[in-house]
Design a protein around this ligand. Structure first.
Ligand code: GDP
Length: 376
């Protein structure tokens, strides 16, 4: 693991981040103002759903607001569970249980999964029924964890439960005394009426060290441009190699990979369709086969390079050399023309797309802490 740490430290120097041990400024200043606004809005909420990325259950938390959040009635929703390793997810559930923190792993796109979350929310709010006729739930989380996807699913469920939705309005604590504003929410329960606010609170990710920043970048909560695709891809390779993950891909060559799914019509920057050769036709069955083959080739390339590697993974130079070889092997597997200028960036982008769409398998990047450590 020392090699991995050294690579990250090296990255820190090359990227010109603040090496004085202070806080790295990954975000524009206006995000601090957003945190202040959220503090005010949080005062209104009777319960908060804190959405985190299931692949980074701790790194996707905002440290500054933890004291406030843990002082409220809170449910932690570990979203994108479809991309997280289920066995390790189980350990995380135990961890949060042992800290008496309600937590549920969910897939924000799945109605049944979101319904389970709402059941837990309603159950927790029942304690306060006698005191409040109307209860408000707020969704918060760092960027890209799936807050909007969750609120959309909640909206759909709310509309089926209460076809005629009255907009909930309530005076909020404004930034100045006496200033109020209207807020809107979706009604999910009656007697007591429970509303989920329709706008999520965006939290600023906390980045105490470079590795947390790289994990957040890998999960998409920090812009790629802040770190650089190549460095994120190098970090991913370092993680895979030090965990020996490619060695488990030995037997996958003849495996039928899952068919690809085209869930949405929008084309995101990290879209599995970006791996297809450029042309106009809509994706079809043979495209799914094409992508399966690319995934198999990528896995095989990483398996071969790691199994033939006779260096020491703890040695920074050796690990870097291996990653260099793997970039070349990936270029072939991803069918990027030999002479393409910017080839390393193209390799990085496509490789990251495979990871981010779950094609390299499910992962959890954070380590489960000792149960005695407090939840953060
Ligand atoms: P927000 O910035 O927190 O509001 O995040 P979004 O709701 O915009 O989601 C960010 C990206 O994650 C989008 O591409 C979503 O489709 C995707 N996403 C959200 N929830 C899930 C999930 O449970 N699983 C997977 N695989 N993707 C998800």
């Amino acid at each position: 693991m020392r090699g991995l740490r050294r690579i990250m430290k090296k990255g820190l120097g090359e990227m010109g981040f603040n090496m004085g041990g202070g806080v790295i400024n990954w975000f524009p200043g206006h995000m601090a103002a957003a945190t202040r606004a959220i503090r005010d809005r949080l005062k209104l909420a009777d319960l908060v759903i804190e959405v985190r990325d299931a692949r980074i259950p701790l790194s996707s938390a905002n440290e500054d607001l933890q004291p406030l959040l843990s002082g409220k009635r809170r449910v932690i929703a570990l979203n994108k569970k479809d991309l997280a390793n289920p066995n390790i997810m189980h350990k995380w559930s135990h961890y949060f249980d042992s800290c008496n923190q309600d937590c549920l792993s969910i897939n924000a796109h799945s109605k049944s999964s979101v319904q389970k979350l709402l059941e837990l929310v309603e159950w927790k709010l029942k304690e306060v029924i006698s005191r409040e006729p109307t209860l408000l739930v707020m969704v918060v989380g760092v960027p890209n964890v799936g807050k909007s996807a969750l609120i959309n699913s909640i909206h759909r469920i709310a509309s089926s439960r209460f076809p005629v939705q009255e907009k909930k309005k309530r005076a909020t604590v404004g930034p100045l005394p006496g200033v109020t504003q209207d807020i809107a929410g979706y009604k999910i329960a009656h007697q007591p009426s429970i509303y989920v606010l329709d706008t999520p609170g965006v939290l600023v990710p906390s980045i105490p060290d470079i590795e947390t920043g790289l994990k957040l970048a890998l999960a998409g909560s920090v812009k790629d441009s802040a770190v650089g695709e190549e460095r994120i891809a190098q970090y991913l390779l370092a993680v895979l190699n030090t965990r020996s993950t490619p060695l488990h891909w030995k037997h996958l060559n003849n495996r039928r990979m899952e068919g690809i799914q085209y869930e949405s019509q929008d084309k995101h920057e990290y879209d599995i369709r970006n791996l297809l050769p450029k042309r106009r036709k809509p994706p079809n069955g043979s495209d799914a086969q094409y992508i399966e083959n690319v995934v198999t080739e990528v896995q095989h390339a990483l398996y071969l390079t790691l199994s033939e590697f006779d260096g020491n993974l703890d040695d920074e130079g050796d690990l870097e050399a291996l990653i260099g070889q793997q970039f070349e092997a990936l270029q072939k597997a991803l069918k990027i023309p030999h002479k393409a200028s910017e080839a390393r960036i193209m390799v990085s982008k496509k490789f990251l797309t495979l990871f981010r769409t779950g094609k390299l398998g499910p992962f959890i990047l954070d380590d489960v802490p000792d149960a005695s450590d407090p939840v953060s």
